[in-house]
Design a protein around this ligand. Sequence first.
Ligand code: PLP
Length: 282
Amino acid sequence: MSRIAYVNGQYVPHNDAAVHIEDRGYQFADGVYEVIAVVGGQLVDEEPHLKRLGYSLDEIEIEWPVPPAALKAIFREIVRRNRVNDGIVYLQVSRGQAYRDHAFPQDATPALVITARSQAPKIAVRQEGVRVITTPDERWKRVDIKTVGLLPNVLAKQLAVRAGAYECWMVDVQGHVTEGTATNAWIVSDQKELITRQPSHSILNGITRQTVLEIAQSANYRIVERSFSLQEALEASEAFLTSTTSWVVPIIQIDDTRIGEGAPGELTRHLQAQYDAYTAAL
Ligand SMILES: Cc1ncc(COP(=O)(O)O)c(C=O)c1O
């Protein structure tokens, strides 16, 4: 079955799907995106993803390409046309096509691309846990906006791949962990506090992060939203990461240091089970 993409109002074969060479997303990374998980044919946390899309668009002054209600209809149609049961929906909005000039164009129409693809759940990494490496965070100062300008994330992720690790945690100039290249970072202290960096301009406020926080709150876990140093992470009893495509993944080693017992931690396991149950119940 061939894949179908949505491009500016039309459903087209994936292989023929294209935007113009003077699209500002292509030339300036002048655009934003969202990735939404599909589980059992259902979109996970659609509303919060749309809310964050609205925030990203507002922050860089791009109009909604179509209203949120129309986006929801396209999401369902693209999932149906690509027969996605478990996978992702990808959405990208750029400022549109215009004569190349840095300043905003007067008359460009935002360009909208939406794709969907099947993706097997990452069962092995969730069960066994993963290793992460670390690198200095060299991104710009507004990574709370989900822009397609991801070059530092790409380079850092490639470091992880070369090191045989699952993810790369980025570390700020104070020696504090910001987040992973496409995931949020969490640790558990030996007092069983769940620690994750507070939302600010320095991290993307992950939708999975927000849902896991809600789950942890209702389970009465002790939650502390604050930054933590790499040293603190190395000494933590547990560590894990969260994202739309990974869900909750235990971390068993950071750089050369084994975390806790070098196996997925108990609190991580609980949260993971509850997050899995949350998606299964959709
Ligand atoms: C830099 C960064 N941090 C965190 C996340 C996790 O966010 P979410 O849970 O919304 O997928 C992502 C997701 O792509 C990301 O790119």
